[in-house]
Design a protein around this ligand. Structure first.
Ligand code: ASP
Length: 339
């Protein structure tokens, strides 16, 4: 090849690679944001060892989700991967370590949503499915439906080869003790049943993620609330309340007093404010979490992420277990409110 041809070939290569580089430079940074529940988490509540254990598990979960994104994987897979780590940990109120119902059982709820397709899956009141988030995903991917509940959800899980466990798998001594204490406190109040007002922190888990293709996703998994009554379902598996994702606006995962999150359709409200009122994710989340929710008497928090990589944590409790990892930055993990 003559020198001039060689030069032309290099020039062509440079030209061809230029748009790819520009695309990379203008692409939003891959991001994953997670929470492990909001609640009464003032400093001093946990020993330094306990705090370290929570932080290590949050870091493991955020890294598990990030590893999926880093390999070019989908945001929906990153959300699932991060949530599975927290469901498998007894530290959180999801999967193993779930809180107990009034009848002394564990009944789990979960939901997942893909912002690209606006497809969603959810399950409510399952007691034998090791990872309810995987079941929610199977409902989304392998059925024409959005939500399955209780026995039907478990039948679907068996049919789709999900790992099933005995009821005992979910039980931890710590949650059982909390349950007994809550029951006693409730009886002393002579039936004025406000289990949620007790000082039990929430421990629901959730994740929102943004992948290399610019798609966002959200997921939430929980054991619900201590002393919840037979058949009670909270916000976590309700699309639009406990989770929501649409590439046109944002992805949200909620945690807190579920009844209020359902009444306010919080996840969708935040994304609607982003979509129609052109608010930033922070403005929209702050409006809902610091005004609408407490105005009704509710509490809790959300994580929110948009397809540009803007994210926010908002909570009106004294703390929220949380972590974020965004391309180009170190992972961050926190528990208490930052003053
Ligand atoms: N939102 C959940 C529920 O009401 C509880 C939580 O977030 O901790 O079931």
């Amino acid at each position: 090849m003559r020198i001039s041809h060689l030069f032309a070939a290099f020039a062509a290569m440079a030209f061809l690679s230029a748009p790819a580089k520009a695309e990379e430079a203008s692409r939003a940074p891959i991001t994953i944001v997670i929470h492990g529940g909001a609640g009464a988490l003032a400093p001093g509540r946990y020993t330094p060892e306990e705090e370290a254990a929570y932080k290590a598990k949050l870091l493991e979960a955020v890294n598990a989700g990030y590893a999926v994104l880093e390999k070019g994987g989908r945001s929906i897979d990153a959300v699932e991967a991060a949530i599975v780590v927290m469901e498998d940990s007894p530290l959180f109120n999801a999967g193993k370590g779930a809180v107990f119902t009034r009848n002394g059982r564990n009944e789990l709820d979960a939901s997942i949503m893909d912002g690209k397709t606006v497809n969603a899956g959810a399950v409510a009141g399952v007691s034998h499915v090791k990872n309810p988030i995987k079941l929610a995903r199977a409902v989304m991917d392998e059925s024409p439906h959005v939500m399955f509940a209780r026995d039907g959800a478990e039948k679907f899980a068996r049919e789709h080869g999900l790992q099933m466990v005995s009821r005992r798998y979910f039980r931890t001594e710590r949650r059982w003790k909390e349950y007994k204490e809550a029951l006693k406190a409730d009886k002393e109040k002579k039936g004025a049943s406000l289990p949620y007002a007790y000082d039990w922190k929430f421990g629901t888990v959730g994740a929102v993620a943004l992948d290399r293709d610019g798609n966002i996703a959200a997921g939430t998994s929980t054991g619900g609330m201590t002393l919840k009554r037979y058949g009670r379902v909270g916000d976590s598996p309700i699309i639009g309340a406990g989770a929501f994702a649409d590439n046109r606006s944002c992805a949200v995962s909620s945690t807190g007093w579920g009844e209020y999150f359902m009444r306010l359709v919080i996840a969708r409200d935040i994304c609607a404010q982003v979509e129609y009122a052109h608010k930033s994710v922070k403005e929209a989340a702050d409006d809902v979490i610091h005004h609408r929710l407490p105005d009704l008497g509710g509490d809790g928090g959300v994580i929110v992420l948009d397809p540009h990589g803007n994210y926010t944590f908002a909570f009106n409790t004294s703390g929220m277990f949380r972590a974020v990892r965004q391309e180009g930055a170190e992972p961050q993990v926190a528990i208490y409110e930052e003053k």
